[in-house]
Design a protein around this ligand. Structure first.
Ligand SMILES: Cc1cc2nc3c(=O)[nH]c(=O)nc-3n(C[C@H](O)[C@H](O)[C@H](O)COP(=O)(O)O)c2cc1C
Length: 270
């Protein structure tokens, strides 16, 4: 059900949904790599979204009535955790029928940083807009989706592999992970680059980052590491939904990979 929705009505989010969101956000701050992150819900106070307009999204988002803003410590630099925790908020908001959109480039960093009283050495790597979805996507939304090719995803044989990291894994060969991987495939990613590569070796699944050449921009955070955390959130959420028990582990020796892939983490089912 989730897709990036940049067209909102401007109506404020009903109070009971804000309460649910607020407690979801404050209760889940522990990342997978051990650190706590902080997230804040900046919701429009008045009956309209004017209150938030000053934060600025370069006109990418219309009528948002809330933003989720988070901060990471520069030295700890846990961007996968940032993606993981934020995407769980996104999925929860989707469940509450709210429109969401990740913003890694199209937001005024200074304004958002000020809004959460950024501390020394903290950065806001990306934010998520939220609102009551308009019935139809506006022109800007349609245009951005066209440019990013948002509807499309890479096929299975480009994303998922058998233990040798070369033989493409097909849904028929993925066993209990077939639906889990399909939901990873539907993850949102910056500019829809889908940099995740997964290798299934028996009951474990290794996650690798395959960077898009030349994509990293100095003024932005390392968005592809955030993408990786998002894919992890989808993977874990669907495992929980399907009662597939398991846990995240760090492999002791490097699992087999293709040359330019960067190892991130392993899911081990029990
Ligand atoms: C880390 C990250 C950063 C993103 N930054 C932006 C952005 O700055 N502006 C924007 O309009 N969309 C942004 N997006 C949304 C993507 O373009 C979108 O997720 C992708 O095209 C797939 O479309 P979907 O989310 O509708 O499935 C971002 C997504 C992610 C995950």
């Amino acid at each position: 059900m989730r897709s990036s929705w940049r067209s909102c009505t401007g109506a404020s989010i009903p109070h009971e949904k804000l309460v649910l969101l607020e407690s979801f956000i404050t209760e889940r701050t522990q990342g997978l790599f051990g650190d706590r992150l902080r997230f804040e819900l900046a919701a429009a106070r008045a009956e309209d979204s004017e209150d938030l307009r000053g934060l600025g999204t370069y006109g990418f988002i219309r009528g948002a009535s809330a933003f989720i803003i988070g901060a990471v410590h520069r030295d700890i630099d846990n961007l996968e955790d940032y993606g993981y925790l934020m995407e769980r908020i996104v999925l929860y908001a989707t469940q509450l029928s709210l429109a969401t959109c990740w913003l890694g480039g199209s937001f005024y960093k200074d304004n958002f940083s000020a809004r959460i009283n950024i501390r020394p050495n903290e950065i806001v790597p990306a934010v998520v807009s939220m609102g009551v979805p308009a019935g139809n996507r506006n022109m800007v939304d349609r245009l951005i989706r066209n440019v990013a090719g948002s509807k499309k995803r890479l096929p299975w044989d480009r994303l998922f592999f058998e233990a040798d990291a070369r033989t493409p894994l097909q849904p028929e060969g993925a066993g209990k992970f077939a639906e889990v991987l399909e939901m990873v495939r539907l993850s949102p990613s910056a500019s829809n680059r889908q940099p995740w590569r997964l290798v299934k070796d028996g009951t474990v699944v290794h996650f690798f980052l395959c960077r898009t050449k030349g994509y990293r921009k100095p003024m932005f955070s390392d968005l592809q590491r955030i993408d990786m955390g998002i894919a992890m959130a989808h993977f874990e959420t669907v495992c929980q939904e399907l009662n597939i028990a398991g846990a995240w582990k760090q492999a002791t020796s490097s699992p087999r990979a293709v040359e330019n892939w960067e190892y991130t983490v392993t899911w081990e089912s029990h």
